[in-house]
Design a protein around this ligand. Sequence first.
Ligand code: NAD
Length: 540
Amino acid sequence: PEAAAAALKAAEDYPTNHQPIESPGNTQNFLDNQFLDSKASTWIDLFDPATNNLVTRVPQSTDEELRAAVESARKAFPAWRATSLLHRQQIMFKFVALIRQHWDRLAASITLEQGKTFADAKGDVLRGLQVAETACGITTQMTGEVLEVAKDMETKSYKEPLGVVAAICPFNFPAMIPLWSMPIATITGNTLILKPSERDPGAAMILAELARSAGFPDGVINIVHGSARTVDFIIDEPTIKAISFVGSNKAGEYIFTRGSANGKRVQANLGAKNHAALLPDCDKNHALNAIAGAAYGAAGQRCMALSALVLVGDTKSWLPELAERAKGLKVDGGFEPGADLGPLISPQSRERIEALISSAEEEGATILLDGRGYKPEKYPNGNWVRDIPRGLTKPKLANVLIVKIGPTIIADVRPHMKCYSEEIFGPVLVCINVDTIDEGIELINANPYGNGVAIFTRSGSTAIKFQKNIEAGQVGINTPIPVPLPMFSFTGNKKSVAGGGANTFYGKSGLNFYTQTKTVTSLWRSEDAVAAKASTEMPT
Ligand code: NAD
């Protein structure tokens, strides 16, 4: 709570006071409904990406603390499982109300630690809140099936909780992604161990506090911290039955493979390269605004960011107009009024993205709009990463102040270029020209990722052809970020999910992930059996 309070205080003061937080607190573990100081020997410094002021220190939770979290969740499971569904629903109603009440506080913590604009951070909270709100309908969602399959015989199916489950979260949606797990895992009767991103755990800590106030019993929700070491513990701990992971391909493929080998259920949403196909017959104004918003919102650090634009036919001549709209976006500290996009998460991220832009230049693409080295006026104190001559020793992270990159457009990109084959995860739009939509579909389908895709056209038949033939999990028609609402499921495809995407997040499939189906067949005869001999044939 101290760390969260310090973060909030700093957030409130932020627009007028860019001073470092006085004595930043340490982030705590949350075990058995208690916020506990960690005895960690390794700590991860967490900096405000807009100023690089120290916000908090995040522990690498010790083995003892990780074991205590498992023990807490294990002990809580039998009673929580036995709690009536209506009671769990009542707790969820309160949780939902508290999230709404603390919406600004959650968003402030996100802007402070992650960097996205305050308005965008509010959207981050809302999209998670909607999952919790939908989970309140559990009483009808959990109903099983029953059928009279033969005379005196019926078969019923039930959904039962798995036990202790775990969630491992990425940095880019500090509230929404923990809320893809917390409500569904717990309302179905499981107990949860959640590991937020070590880069911005503040929102998850506030959610834990709200969950406790809502009435979740001790041990139903636990939070531990750290990086790969904590993840390895989760993967190998036999008590944990299922893992929900969202993050990069590197970590996710490893977690999926090792977690599955250990007999756990794993759902894993991974990286992306989301394409938008722009057709000459579209509503041009709407399409250009939608593309610029979805390419640069959250500084491109969304798994559904539109990062590749496929310009069909003459639409390539619209690029200067798109560049004007991108230039018009205000890059600034996330609490600044009117900011459209904030900083990147870290200096390392900025360096990686700048290197990818440079590689595009070297490979012959055109840098139509160059956001490298961008510096917002109100943040004059930065020792810019870009100002450091390459090859010299880097200054300590704390001295590298603002981590910024402005909207960038790379035109004339070819599929073999690194800027196209790699996920950039920054405010960079790569543009490829094609002559026809068929060529565009072929290009998009050849890309290994398959998260989201969009088409902008006024032609119904072109849209339907695209929808049917495109190999991506989430298709937007004249809408740029088709992240499904929680009554549906988040359905990535190809390399954007591990394991072929069988275990998708939230919606019906998310509920199935957190429950084991049990099928019971019963025979109740009204008269005693008359057969004289046991039958060895397969009953039909
Ligand atoms: P990340 O993989 O670096 O981190 C995610 C989690 O994995 C963190 O909790 C981290 O501690 C842990 N982790 C990191 N490296 C690890 C390793 N080597 N071994 C074990 N655990 C490790 O991802 P990120 O940078 O936090 O998030 C950005 C990535 O997440 C992007 O690739 C983005 O596309 C993806 N993402 C995907 C979705 C989706 O739904 N498809 C949603 C959000 C983000």
